[in-house]
Design a protein around this ligand. Sequence first.
Ligand SMILES: Cc1ncc(COP(=O)(O)O)c(C=O)c1O
Length: 242
Amino acid sequence: MSYSFKITKTDQSSLSKVDFNNIPFGKTFSDHMFVADYIHGEWTNFEIRPVAPIPTHPGNMAWHYGQSIFEGMKATKDAEGHALLFRPEMHAKRINASARRMCMPEIPEDLFLQAIHTLVDMEKAWIPPQTGSALYIRPFMYATDETIGVKASDTYKFIIFVMPVGPYYSQPVKLLAQDTYVRAVVGGVGEAKASGNYAASLLPATMARKEGYDQVMWLDGVHKKYIQEVGTMNIFLLSEMK
Ligand SMILES: Cc1ncc(COP(=O)(O)O)c(C=O)c1O
């Protein structure tokens, strides 16, 4: 199915202020974002508009009870300048798996994909051409009911913004195996890409940095001896067959 988006373009692009050869990670936002609301049991108000703050009530449930999930992927350019995405449909599936675990509404996969394709197409000029750089795409969803009391929110916002980024690390990464704190346990929320999981990782990451490491290598939550994953990235092990 095809959705109809209201599109409002900025008349003050900040693209010319960006130096693509020197982009600090995660600080430069493009001009536009996609926004949708979940109200009365359905997704509505599809809009692409200039990136700007969204006023939020202090009783917003996402802040108090943590219904907040996100995705992350990258767009690059091919030799002819077309935008390239890597398996965005898998990110649609993963955000919906996170939504199910966090008692949040799923996003129709075709809406998720149309929103990403339309936004990336509009922001194509923001894709850095440099090797190792990319346009980082951040879809996320959070609760918006203004209610205190532990329950699932009835309303949500789904937003996508994009940002040009350079490499996350410019040097090989030093890892510290963490055997006190755990990131995920069977039956927990580790499998969901829930914002709170990242808050919980900050203390061990800070401790690792104090000891001269870049990142935590998480171990399994039961035996604390099997490698699980690394904080900001996947880990692949090569074994030489003799
Ligand atoms: C900027 C950035 N890159 C990579 C990752 C890891 O993402 P993934 O869950 O796809 O491994 C994260 C984690 O959220 C992140 O914030």
